[in-house]
Ligand binder design. Structure first.
Ligand code: T46
Length: 304
C-alpha cells in the first residue's frame, strides 16, 4: 500500500463510500447528497490546494482504498482526517494512511503539530486512536475549537513533532528489541543477533514466511511453551498480540526491530504489503502439541 495523489479514476469508489451508511454514519459532514461531479471536483481541487493536502490511500494494485488529509495547514500545524472504504477496514489501510501522512507532516512539510477530533459517540474511532497510544489533547487553540462549536462530545488528540509515536518498548507486554545493525556507506546494513546474548533464549529453529498476498492474515494461535523472536527483514507486516495485558498491535517494517513473544499470547499477522517476509527465531523444534489453535481454549488458559 502507498499514498498517492487523488486521481479522477478514484471518483466512483470515493462516491461509493460517501453513499455507504456504514462508513459515514459517525462522520460530521453529510455525504449522502454528493454526486459524481462533487467527487470529481473534490479530486481536481485537491491538485493545487495549498491549505489542504488530500491523498489517496492506495492498494498495491493502485486501487483507491480511502482518503487521508491534512487540513487547515497553517502556523506550523494541521488537522488530520481520514476515511476509508468499508472494504479497507481491518486490513491496515487506516493505520498506514495515518502513520504516513503524520510522518509527511513533520518530515516534508516541516509542521510542529498535527491535531484531530472524533465524536465520543464513535467508539470504533476512539478505540482505534486509544489503541495506538494517542493521548487526549486538552490545549487545542480556540481558533480551531471554533470550527467545531456546533458539535458536542468531541475527543481531541494531537501529536507533536519529536513525539516518538511509532517507537514502542512493548506490545501487549512482549518486549520490542532493537536488533544490532551495522550500516555500510552506500551499501545497506547488516543486522545480527546471537542466541542467549541478544535473544533471551537458546535458538533451536529458524523459519520464515514469504510470498503472502497483501491483506492476508495468518497465525490465529498461541503457544504453550515456545518463545519466539519475530522480525520483518523486508516489507510491512502488522503483528497483533493478545494476552493477559490486553490486545495490541505493532507494525514490523524495520529490519532492526523485533518482538519477543515470551508469554502465553494469541497472535495474528496481517500482510500490509505483498511479498513481505516474516522471520522467526524459535526456542524449540516444531511440536504440533505446543499449539493452541482454539481461541476459547486460549482464553480459558489465560484465566488460569
Ligand atoms: C507462529 C507464527 C508467527 C512446520 O512443519 N514446521 C515449522 O517449523 C512451522 C513453523 C510450521 N510447520 C507447518 C505447520 C503447518 O502445516 O507449516 C504449516 C503452516 O504453519 P502455520 O499454519 O502454523 O503458519 P502460521 O503462519 O499461522 O504460524 C507460524 C508458526 O507456525 C507459529 O509458530 O508463531 O508463524
Amino acid at each position: 500500500m502507498y499514498l498517492r495523489r487523488l486521481e479522477l479514476k478514484d471518483a466512483p469508489l470515493m462516491l461509493a463510500w460517501m453513499h455507504d451508511k456504514s462508513v459515514t454514519e459517525k462522520l460530521q459532514a453529510n455525504f449522502a447528497s454528493k454526486t459524481m461531479e462533487d467527487a470529481e471536483s473534490f479530486i481536481k481541487t485537491s491538485w493545487d490546494d495549498k491549505e489542504n493536502l488530500h491523498l489517496a490511500i492506495s492498494s498495491d494494485n493502485d486501487e483507491y482504498m480511502g482518503t487521508v488529509s491534512l487540513k487547515h495547514i497553517e502556523d506550523g500545524s494541521a488537522e488530520f482526517a481520514i476515511t476509508v472504504r468499508a472494504e479497507a477496514m481491518g486490513k491496515g489501510f487506516s493505520w498506514f494512511g495515518m502513520e504516513s501522512i503524520i510522518e509527511k507532516a513533520f518530515d516534508e512539510l516541516g509542521l510542529e503539530c498535527v491535531y484531530w477530533c472524533v465524536s465520543r459517540d464513535n467508539p470504533r474511532a476512539v478505540r482505534f486512536y486509544d489503541k495506538h497510544n494517542f493521548h487526549e489533547a486538552l490545549d487545542i487553540p480556540d481558533k480551531v475549537l471554533k470550527r467545531y462549536e456546533d458539535m458536542k462530545n468531541l475527543k481531541w488528540y494531537s501529536v507533536l513533532k519529536g513525539d516518538d509515536f511509532l517507537s514502542r518498548e512493548t506490545v501487549a507486554g512482549c518486549p520490542v528489541i532493537h536488533i544490532k545493525t551495522i550500516p555500510t556507506v552506500d551499501a545497506g546494513e547488516l543486522s545480527f543477533f546471537e542466541s542467549t546474548h541478544d535473544v533471551p533464549f537458546d535458538i533451536k529453529r529458524m523459519y520464515y514466511i514469504s510470498k503472502v498476498p497483501e491483506g492476508v492474515r495468518r497465525g490465529f494461535h498461541a503457544h504453550k511453551e515456545l518463545k519466539q523472536l519475530l522480525f520483518c527483514p523486508y516489507g510491512r507486516i502488522q503483528l497483533i498480540l493478545e494476552n493477559k495485558n490486553g490486545r495490541e498491535e505493532i507494525e514490523l517494517s524495520d529490519p532492526s526491530i523485533g518482538v519477543v513473544i515470551d508469554q502465553l499470547t494469541w497472535r495474528e499477522m496481517l500482510w500490509l504489503q505483498k511479498d513481505s517476509v516474516l522471520c522467526v527465531a524459535a526456542s524449540d523444534y516444531y511440536k504440533v502439541e505446543d499449539y493452541i489453535r482454539d481461541y476459547d481454549e486460549f482464553l480459558e488458559l489465560l484465566k488460569k
